[in-house]
Design a protein around this ligand. Structure first.
Ligand code: ATP
Ligand code: MG
Length: 693
């Protein structure tokens, strides 16, 4: 119980019923979860019966690390993962009752787009398909299937889309594949419809803990409810002021529903912030103040007033980046921040990262971009993942198509078209159709030969991957396989620049290393010490990769400056933060002032503005010791450069005007003005004295 205040202790000790910790930023909510895991183990709950749900894979990795430091070995069995990873577990174990094989595939966004295009007849452009994907996803998150979506459709367009959704769902079932929304929707269906499965999980789970509860959506809430049952042994922690995923369907209703669904709910509030200085906390409290209050709360800090929050005026994006870098350098030079990892630059949109990257590179400062393009979104990694997916699930048609054509092996569109038609007619997967006795009637012997050779190759790889155990063997296997398919040559052939090909190949090598590491045996722990770990087969590891979005869980230990979107900064903290791009149009994002001024403040705009304000609050509260908020007078908007005005949120922070400006020119101006005032005053005094005399 050391390192916990009384309210935190109360939350940690409350083991036998539903508990909600509702508190502002930096008040130790996540800390409550980690400590409560320890307390549960201490009270005799087995590690494997404890489930902690985090918002990202990275947060899960960090919590695992903390739990291990706090509890030791026994933390090993605790399940710490995201809602989506939990869905995978549930479906792998019990999805058969829904007709899903345990080796089902998880489709990424690109696969989904192309299946939707295909379902719509193949002539749709990618942008429209993505729009549709978005709507279908929203429907799924509302718990609607295709028929229900059609029944509630508002117009013909929606009715057409609902029918496309129906075809899309049929294809997913045929491919034994699920999309990201299914990872919540299907487990929900599973637990809802199958009482024996539900009873099993409810009995199994001793306690469920949920971090960042304010950003759960309606289906996640239902899932949680079915998992914990009436007994409701769970702990949810959250902050309504930090709800920033409304645009993706997260709903604060989930906070309101808890006390209704569990009248015995214990609500605990935490009021002390342990992260930020008073100056930073005051700015945060001021910013969030105009938002309607779901649960009023007050936050205080005992870390002292600290440095005033600075506003940095810049001319344009480049100037802003230079000033951020200069600030980091000077803070480091005067000893305020020892390590590069003490600094973060946060911004609203991914594209803002580029100028900061350039400035940091110029200054030779190491950095990482988080929340940007994930390693797993790179084409070369997606190629390899398609192969792995195919070993795991030969019915995964999208993976089949990618693997059979990457690298090219002389199997063309026509052959694949004929195969696809044949498979569709006999309701087989593409792979399943390869060895059908009537396939020879629809294609040439040569085409058939190449296809079957590919099939045998995949079969052989699957067999070997299943029997490859431990890091060393896995590394050897992967190297041989890449040589067999000629992947390095493929990169050289498909890239104009050798340098680009080499960098892609180096990503491939990183990926193989990382896969191999996960197969266990001897691995390095975070301190670089060799430790023994359980050996897993390469196939087993391949089953889990579709979910991961970061290559290395050790990334957070790197001593580098962090560049991050505000969304991806949730839950994290840094001693020094620069909150960049605080101009109208960027933060708040794309909210047209004219709309508001013209009195067209629709409910929708107002809600978006409130969510942007929460985002600003999240940004401010990431800072521990210093915070600078920067804005620029002119900014790029598409190809144009336009005049920009400071974000309304800067004014809302209500900073002390005398101390906030950081621009030296501004300071000079202020000094001059002060000097002018003083000399005017002394001149006036002299004049008065002369008169009086
Ligand atoms: P957020 O709302 O941003 O997710 P949080 O409420 O989850 O924040 P934590 O990240 O758990 O807050 O804690 C914030 C910081 O305060 C951490 O550095 C944590 O170690 C520290 N902290 C939390 N509780 C205490 C405590 N009782 N004593 C000392 N330090 C604490
Ligand atoms: Mg937290």
């Amino acid at each position: 119980m050391s390192g916990l205040n009384l309210a935190q202790q109360e939350a940690v000790n409350y083991l036998h019923g539903p508990c909600l910790v509702l508190a502002g930023a930096g008040s130790g909510k996540t800390r409550v979860i980690t400590h409560k895991i320890g307390r549960l183990i201490q009270s005799g709950v087995e590690g494997k019966r404890i489930l902690a749900i985090t918002f990202t894979n990275k947060a899960a990795a960090e919590m695992r690390e903390r739990a291990r430091a706090l509890i030791g070995r026994e933390a090993k069995d605790v399940v710490i993962c995201t809602f989506h990873a939990l869905g995978v577990r549930l479906l792998r174990q019990d999805g058969q009752v829904l007709g899903l094989k345990p080796q089902f595939s998880i489709l990424d966004q690109d696969d989904v787009t192309s299946i939707i295009r295909d379902a719509a007849g193949g002539t749709t452009d990618a942008a429209t398909a993505r729009q549709w994907q978005w709507t279908i996803s929203l429907w799924k998150n509302m718990g609607l299937n295709a028929q229900q979506a059609e029944a509630q459709a508002k117009d013909d367009n929606e009715r057409v889309l609902a029918r496309i959704m129906g075809k899309y769902e049929e294809r997913l079932a045929a491919y034994q594949s699920v999309d990201f929304d299914d990872l919540i929707g299907l487990p929900l269906k599973l637990l809802h419809q199958h009482e024996e499965v539900r009873a099993k999980w409810q009995k199994h789970l001793g306690h469920v803990l949920v971090d960042e509860y304010q950003d759960t959506n309606a289906t996640q809430y239902e899932l949680l409810k079915l998992l914990v049952g009436e007994r409701g042994r769970f702990t949810a922690v959250g902050d309504d002021d930090q709800s920033i995923y409304g645009w993706r369907g997260a709903t604060l209703d989930n906070l309101k529903r808890l006390p209704q669904d569990w009248p015995q709910l214990k609500v605990i509030k935490l009021e002390q912030n342990y992260r930020s200085t008073s100056a930073i906390l005051r700015a945060a409290n001021n910013v969030i103040q105009p938002n309607p209050k779901l649960f009023p709360k007050t936050l205080f800090s005992e870390l002292g007033e600290g440095e005033p929050v600075r506003v940095v005026d810049c001319d344009n994006e480049e100037h802003e980046a230079d000033r951020a870098v200069a600030r980091i350098q000077s803070l480091r030079a005067n000893g305020a921040g020892k390590d590069w990892k003490d600094f973060a630059i946060l911004y609203r949109a991914n594209h803002q990262a580029r100028v900061f990257e350039q400035a940091l590179r110029k200054a030779q400062i190491p950095y990482k971009v988080s929340g940007g393009q994930s390693f797993f979104d790179r084409a070369e990694i997606r190629d390899l993942c398609a192969w792995l997916r195919l070993w795991v699930n030969t019915d995964d048609d999208p993976a089949f198509l990618r693997a059979v054509t990457t690298p090219k092996r002389g199997i063309g569109h026509q052959t694949l078209g004929a195969l696809g038609e044949f498979a569709g007619k006999y309701r087989l997967s593409l792979y399943g159709a390869l060895f059908s006795s009537s396939l020879p009637s629809v294609m040439s012997a040569r085409a058939l030969g190449s296809l079957q050779e590919f099939g045998r190759f995949v079969n052989d790889l699957e067999y070997r991957a299943r029997h490859t155990l431990g890091a060393e063997d896995a590394r050897r296997f992967l190297t041989d396989w890449l040589k067999d398919i000629g992947y390095e040559q493929h990169l050289l052939d498909s890239e104009d620049s050798e340098k680009v090909a080499a960098s892609r190949w180096s990503n491939v090598m990183d990926f193989c290393d990382w896969m191999a590491q996960r197969c266990g045996g001897q691995i390095e722990d975070t301190a670089g010490v060799q430790v023994a770990s359980e050996r897993k087969s390469l196939l087993e590891v391949a089953q889990t990769i579709a979910l991961l979005s970061t290559i290395s869980e050790r990334e957070q230990d790197q001593n580098v400056v962090t560049l991050s979107t505000l969304h991806a900064s949730k839950g994290l903290e840094w001693p020094h933060v620069v909150l960049a791009g605080c101009v109208e149009g960027l933060l708040p994002f794309k909210i047209d002032d004219d709309d508001i001024n013209r009195g067209q403040t629709s409910e929708g705009i107002l809600q978006r503005l409130q969510e942007e304000r929460r985002l600003m609050y999240v940004g401010i509260t990431r800072a521990q010791r210093t915070l600078a908020v920067s804005w620029m007078k002119r900014r790029k908007k598409g190809r144009e450069t336009v005049a920009a005005t400071p974000s309304r949120f800067i004014a809302e922070m209500a900073l002390d005007k005398a101390t906030v400006r950081e621009d030296p020119r501004e300071k000079l101006k202020a000094l001059r003005a002060e000097f002018a005032l003083k000399s005017a005053a002394s001149a006036a005094a002299a004049a008065a004295a002369a008169k009086g005399g």
